[in-house]
Design a protein around this ligand. Structure first.
Ligand code: BG6
Length: 487
């Protein structure tokens, strides 16, 4: 069971209004996450009101919630915890309207002795999100509330700006929490700890020592039942504008003046402001063969299921350092890595054939899998006569600390932060709009999609994109198995 340090929970009890309560994300992540936060004691007394198009009563919703925990909770669900959680659930069908929603929220709040706060979670597509926002306005549920929005935050600059204007008509920017679950992953926050809590790497974290950076998030997953969503988005909008660019900002930003929301946002936004427009010539768009025959996909669909691109941050720290980003569906492996390649030594005195440089440059690698891992690879001498060099590595895995059970899942962490009003890991309207702005050249003239075989690493053109460098994945070595240490 997670141990709860003092002061990590919200100051006031919360009423959560969960729009899209029977949808995929709610079933997979949000209900299991809220259950864990409740049962572990992070959010005492929290009440949850589900809202969706489904015509359910409370019992029907409880049954659906139980089903989602049984299917998706990564932790054991005890009957006592379930009883308590089930009693905190209520349900209002969307068709019942603003008045019924307000009544349910007011009733939930009456269960609290003193002050409370509201958290509206909009786990719905963009068009439905705006009607939910209007409904909340109409129901007068804007005071004392915060609202979590799911991506996409627009599909280009114009739609993002229009969405923000409509949101701001009801909610103040300070109330809006745009969620990017990659930033809720423990290892993503560990980038900040690693960079700013240590003196070792910061002096070399710049163009003088770093040759290039790769952010590589291949997925083995296909579309599942998401063709409707995916056909409108594609890999660039689904993964790059949100997750990969956000991770890039953590990796590239200047030290903030304090580890607090505004200074961190400010530094991230400066990275986005320094990004050069994405040039279509620096982009490879791919589509796996067979995609066009998936249910719900057009026979001539040009939607990309894969994207690899080169981008640049034109500031004093990073000018001239290419950042290569790649992600896609139905690829050879599921990985999430940031790989930082250091410059090679200016001169090698090692004899020809010694192996120096043969396995690429030294790398620092962050693995963003839930069980955070890092490694630093370097050349070292192979034991025995002569001077033969091998690529060796120092590795750390969160598993080694024995604290792996304390890791909160990304959504749990972010819901808790939103309840506490902590915006550190959320994106701002300004940041999002700037990212759409740098993407405009690409969105206006996307290169044609190239086909790739499911189970591959994408279209062949990815090698030309990065040449003379090489993609770090697939790894030439495997992560050390912590269970075999010392053996
Ligand atoms: C989602 C995307 O935001 O992130 C999905 O919409 C993608 O297409 C998913 O599969 C990846 O998240 P994770 O946490 O599984 O790496």
């Amino acid at each position: 069971m997670t141990k709860i340090p003092p002061g990590v929970g919200p100051r006031f009890p919360q009423v959560v209004v969960l729009f899209g309560a029977t949808g995929d994300l709610a079933r997979r992540k949000l209900l299991p996450g809220l259950f864990h936060l409740s049962s572990a004691g992070f959010i005492p007394g929290c009440r949850i009101i589900g809202v969706s198009l489904d015509d359910l009563d409370i019992e029907g919703f409880r049954k659906a919630a139980r089903g989602s925990l049984d299917e998706f909770s990564s932790r054991k669900v005890s009957e006592a915890d379930w009883e308590a959680f089930a009693n905190s659930l209520d349900y209002v069908p969307l068709a019942a309207g603003a008045g019924a929603l307000k009544a349910a929220v007011v009733e939930a709040e009456q269960a609290f002795d003193g002050e409370s706060r509201r958290l509206h979670y909009l786990s719905v597509p963009p068009s439905a999100a705006l009607s939910a926002v209007r409904m909340l306005g109409e129901a007068e549920l804007v005071d004392r509330s915060r609202i979590i929005m799911e991506k996409p935050f627009g599909t280009d600059l114009a739609t993002a700006m229009s969405l923000n204007t409509k949101l701001h008509a009801v909610f103040d920017e300070s109330q809006i929490f745009r969620i990017d679950h990659f930033l809720g992953k423990e290892p993503a926050q560990n980038i900040l700890a690693f960079r700013f809590a240590n003196g070792l790497f910061e002096p070399i974290w710049n163009r003088n020592f770093i040759d290039h950076v790769q952010i590589d998030v291949p997925e083995t997953l296909g579309l599942g039942k998401r063709a409707g969503f995916y056909e409108q988005t594609g890999a660039f909008r689904d993964m790059v504008v949100t997750h990969l660019f956000q991770i890039l900002a953590f990796m590239a930003m200047e030290p903030p003046t304090a580890l607090e929301p505004s200074p961190i946002s400010e530094e991230k936004n400066k990275v986005f402001r320094s990004m050069l427009p994405i040039e279509p010539a620096d982009v490879v768009r791919g589509q796996y063969t067979g995609y066009r025959s998936e249910e719900g996909v057009g026979a001539e669909s040009e939607t990309e299921t894969f994207i690899a691109l080169k981008c640049a941050i034109d500031n004093w720290r990073w000018a001239g350092v290419p950042f290569y980003l790649r992600t896609g569906k139905r690829l050879a492996e599921g990985q999430r890595i940031i790989s930082i390649a250091f410059r090679e030594p200016p001169k090698s005195m090692f004899p020809a054939g010694s192996g120096v440089g043969a396995q690429g440059p030294d790398h620092l690698t962050f693995d963003l899998a839930d069980a955070s891992k890092m490694s630093l690879s370097f050349y070292g001498k192979r034991p025995g006569p002569g001077m033969r060099l091998d690529k060796l590595s120092l590795q750390f895995a969160m598993h080694d600390t024995g604290l792996i059970g304390d890791v909160l899942e990304a959504y749990e962490r972010l819901i808790l932060d939103a309840m506490r009003g902590d915006r550190t890991l959320f994106t701002t309207a300004e940041g999002i709009e700037r990212l759409w702005q740098v993407s405009t050249t690409l969105l206006e003239a996307p290169p044609p999609v190239r086909f790739y075989a499911p189970g591959s690493w994408g279209p062949n053109a990815i090698h030309q994109l990065i040449a003379p460098r090489a993609w770090r994945l697939p790894f030439e070595r495997t992560w050390r198995d912590p269970n075999r240490l010392g053996s």
